[in-house]
Write a protein that binds this ligand. Structure first.
Ligand code: UT7
Length: 328
């Protein structure tokens, strides 16, 4: 799919998002738990999250977000579908081929599991594959249905997570023009794999919140600083900081370490909670729809999550209009 957008770099040419219709407030989450809206909101910034209706799976949200991203780019196909998720529809096979098929595509498709860093890991894989000439366009979708792995009786995790999906289309383009993904850096530390996990034989996610919190702040700040430095950006020139939406206090603490003023911190956590692999593309879509990020803006993306995994990306924002849709 080379053409007018060909130009030696990799650019985001479309952005789409999808949220389930049902909204679950803090009051509802707290109904059977020893917690309340005041605690959840003051400690996390979350007021509500979306939850899929019975029978709706990650693949369904991914199809809708993927279709929205293609529409945003004015395209009807791509060369590869990459789905970042930790809640695939089934353990086997991967969900991405089903998503591709429902988008009417018979192209390579695979899942990528890097928990809350999945979207940034996906950016690295997608840009590398386009850069290597393996394909000309990648539909990268981050989608998760954590309501399927969160214990509604666990007050540590139940208030935090929401369901959703976000997607971008990546194509060849000008290396420093609008949409350009300039550089992505990744990391992992598997010695912390027990901090966010579904224990062997278990059904539900467990998390050591305070330890993850501490590591998230230091690691995200280091990773974001590193990628900005490698592309020659002065932190003072960054228009928006878009971190994985796990906790508003984490985002503010990272921004403070980077010397970024609070108004450059983009957050939609209040209305969606932590949507794992969908978190960053959903935040991007919401920020673009609200006019908070504009074509040509310098964006610093950073994520941290289970694995432990992390990653950061320097992106020049695209001029594409975001497309949003609702599913189940
Ligand atoms: O997406 C992957 C990355 N995930 C994250 O980055 C999440 C990182 N962690 C966090 O966001 C926070 O650690 C939490 C939101 C999970 C917890 O907030 P915290 O400020 O770290 O609270 P804490 O766990 O240190 O608990 C403080 C107090 C404790 O009571 P005591 O010991 O001071 O009496 C907890 O038992 O708050 C209590 N507590 C709660 N109270 C009411 C813990 N959870 C709750 C709750 N409601 N839901």
């Amino acid at each position: 799919m080379t053409g007018p957008r060909d130009g030696g770099g990799v650019v985001i040419t479309g952005i789409g998002s999808c949220l389930p219709e049902a909204v679950v407030t803090n009051e509802e989450v707290s109904r059977n738990l020893d917690t309340d809206h005041a605690w959840i909101h003051s400690r996390t910034g979350i007021a509500s999250r979306h939850r899929v209706a019975s029978g709706i799976e990650t693949g369904d949200l991914a199809v809708t977000a993927g279709a929205a991203a293609l529409k945003s780019a004015g395209r009807d196909g791509c060369d590869l579908v990459l789905l970042a998720t930790t809640t695939p529809d089934r353990r086997c096979p991967a969900t991405a081929p089903r998503v591709a098929a429902e988008l009417g595509l018979r192209v390579p498709a695979f899942d990528l599991a890097a928990v809350c860093s999945g979207f940034v890991y996906g950016l690295s894989v997608a840009t590398s594959m386009i850069g290597a000439g393996s394909c000309d366009s990648v539909l990268l979708i981050g989608a998760d249905v954590y309501s399927s792995i969160v214990d509604p009786d666990d007050r540590v995790t139940a208030p935090l997570f929401g369901d959703g999906a976000g997607a971008v289309l990546l194509e060849r383009g000008r290396p420093d023009g609008p949409g350009a993904v300039l550089r992505t850096e990744l990391g992992s530390d598997g010695s912390g794999d027990g901090l966010i996990t579904i224990p062997k034989g278990g059904a539900y996610l467990t998390m050591d919140g305070p330890e993850v919190y501490k590591r998230a702040v230091t690691t995200m700040a280091e990773s974001a600083r590193s990628v900005a430095g490698r592309v020659g950006w002065d932190l003072a020139d960054i228009d928006a900081f878009i971190g994985h939406q796990a906790n508003i206090r984490i985002l503010k603490a990272v921004a403070k370490r980077l010397g970024l003023p609070p108004e450059r911190v983009i957050s939609n956590i209040e209305n969606v909670g932590n949507t794992a692999a969908a978190s960053i593309p959903l935040a991007l879509a919401d920020a673009a729809a609200a006019g908070r990020i504009k074509e040509g803006d310098k964006l610093l993306l950073t994520a941290f999550g289970g694995g432990l995994t992390w990653g950061s990306s320097a992106v020049v924002w695209t001029g594409a209009e975001p497309v949003h849709d609702v599913r189940g």
